[in-house]
Design a protein around this ligand. Structure first.
Ligand code: PXP
Length: 244
């Protein structure tokens, strides 16, 4: 089975639009888990524009599956992770002005700080994944950093069509093969939705996908529990089809 991590940041984005107390991402996590989410993913950004420290603290206590904390590779965030002990940390690049995480983390270009953060987090028993582009040099650097897993950035695959998309899919497949050869657990995410998920979960060795925007968007109309369940069904079906 390919595990489904549901990113609930957007629920907090709606709350912050009114600087209010609802909708509460804590409630969202309960419904996502009832719908079959294998993991709840949140991004604590430096500017706390959606998820905040209170959310992290409460979610850490209430989530029954696994908590995946996406965060920048900074001393402040590493300290917070050491205090809150999420099951998993995914290190992501972060720019204040971006709407969402744009490219993958430049592990090669920031090797020593990333390696140090990985080692500090792992020494406290936190599973560490690095979010990178489908690029061999970045995947090699991820393995060299001592991370447990890689999350391959699927944003370009999601944003393209036709021949360009096919090319992007094969880049992700090669990157997946390379990751597994180097002993990394293979995850993926960004821009995945109900129409493009099947080919990604059918990639050999795919362990987990992290999905936010498309599930929360659908949830506005059908409810979160159903939106998560429908994504789980698609994942299941894609795996069955890949086997025959
Ligand atoms: N994975 C990572 C590392 C991300 O930064 C994000 C966006 O927060 C996602 C997955 C989910 O992306 P989307 O909201 O496009 O599904």
């Amino acid at each position: 089975m390919v595990r489904l991590g549901v990113n609930i940041d957007h629920v907090a984005t709606v709350r912050q639009a009114r600087l209010s107390t609802e909708p509460d991402p804590v409630h969202a996590s309960v419904l996502a888990e009832l719908g079959g989410a294998d993991q709840i993913t949140i991004h604590l950004r430096e500017d706390r524009r959606h998820i905040n420290d209170r959310d992290l603290r409460i979610l850490r206590e209430t989530i029954k599956t696994r908590l995946n904390l996406e965060m920048a590779c900074t001393d402040e965030m590493v300290q917070i992770a050491l205090e809150q002990k999420p099951d998993m940390v995914t290190l992501v690049p972060e720019k204040r002005e971006e709407l969402t995480t744009e490219g993958g983390l430049d592990v090669k270009g920031n090797f020593q700080p990333v390696k140090d953060a990985v080692s500090t987090l792992r020494s406290e028993g936190i599973f560490v994944s690095l979010f990178v582009d489908a690029d061999n040099a970045q995947i090699e650097a991820t393995a060299d950093s001592g991370a447990n897993a890689v999350e391959i950035h699927t944003g370009r695959y999601a944003d393209t069509k036709g021949a360009v998309q096919r090319e992007e899919l094969s880049r992700i497949m090669f990157a997946g093969e390379k990751s597994r050869e180097l002993g990394l657990i293979l995850n993926s995410g960004h821009g995945l939705n109900y129409l493009n998920i099947s080919e990604i979960v059918a990639i050999p060795g795919m362990n987990e996908v992290n999905i936010g925007h498309s599930i929360i968007s659908r949830a506005v109309f059908v409810g979160l529990e159903r939106a998560v369940r429908e994504m789980k069904e698609l994942i299941h079906r894609a795996l069955m089809d890949a086997r025959v």
